[in-house]
Design a protein around this ligand. Structure first.
Ligand SMILES: N[C@@H](CCC(=O)N[C@@H](CS)C(=O)NCC(=O)O)C(=O)O
Length: 212
């Protein structure tokens, strides 16, 4: 199995980069700097016509969508236990959580950060206000889930859902109400950020903000 990740520091590639490190498998990481607009280069668009990060080339074939990539990696390296096995009692919870993160929080985050450029700048404030409401409601929902004392979103063990959720929580760090302000999310975030692979990820991506 061969993997090449096209990433930009802190972008939606972060969860995939993190999980590749957690898996302890060989992969190549290629920087496509959003700050430099490299995601719109002809070379990158050939791999990912959406011009968005990430792309993961799996055995020679490029694929996008961070959530799908996490689910694929969990499936291809199932021995690591980053997703409950198909048919297991825990699988439904996992699928529901991944779709919630991908379908509710990711698009709201996109609206929060890209309202001006994806849409009409004149309506951006309204788009951002709705996005903020959706994101904060999502933190409420995840906080309520963690209130039973579980250490990770699906129970005791970390997995694909945690890498994705933590990345999304990180993106809220400069929002009016960052995820770290929720009672049960704060210790969860602290736990996820203490993982050696998270520190390794930060070193590889040159990130400094939002550490324990
Ligand atoms: N649904 C996609 C979202 C990808 C996305 O919006 N990536 C952002 C970075 S977080 C991006 O490429 N932004 C640059 C741009 O849109 O030009 C995923 O989860 O992979």
């Amino acid at each position: 199995m061969t993997y090449t990740l096209y990433y930009s520091p802190g972008a939606a590639s972060l969860a995939v980069h993190w999980m590749l490190i957690e898996l302890g498998i060989a992969f190549e990481a290629k920087l496509v700097s959003i700050d430099d607009g490299a995601q719109k280069s002809a070379e990158y668009l050939r791999l990912n016509p959406t011009g968005r990060i990430p792309t993961l080339v799996i055995d020679g074939k490029p694929h996008g969508e961070s959530t799908a990539l996490l689910m694929l990696l969990a499936e291809r390296h199932s021995e690591k236990g980053f997703a409950p096995a198909p048919g297991s009692a825990e699988r439904a919870d996992y699928v529901e959580m991944m779709i919630f993160l991908a379908n509710t929080i990711l698009p709201a985050m996109r609206d929060w950060f890209y309202a001006d450029s994806d849409g009409d700048p004149a309506g951006a404030d309204a788009v951002k206000a709705l996005a903020r409401r959706r994101i904060e409601a999502a933190w409420d929902r995840l906080d309520a889930r963690m209130a039973d004392g579980r250490t990770h979103l699906l129970g005791k063990e970390p997995g694909a859902a945690d890498f994705l959720a933590t990345m999304l929580m990180r993106w809220s760090r400069n929002m009016p109400r960052p995820a770290t302000g929720w009672k049960h999310l704060a210790p969860y975030i602290h736990r996820m950020r203490a993982r050696p692979a998270f520190l390794d990820l930060y070193a590889r991506e040159g990130l400094t903000e939002w550490q324990n």
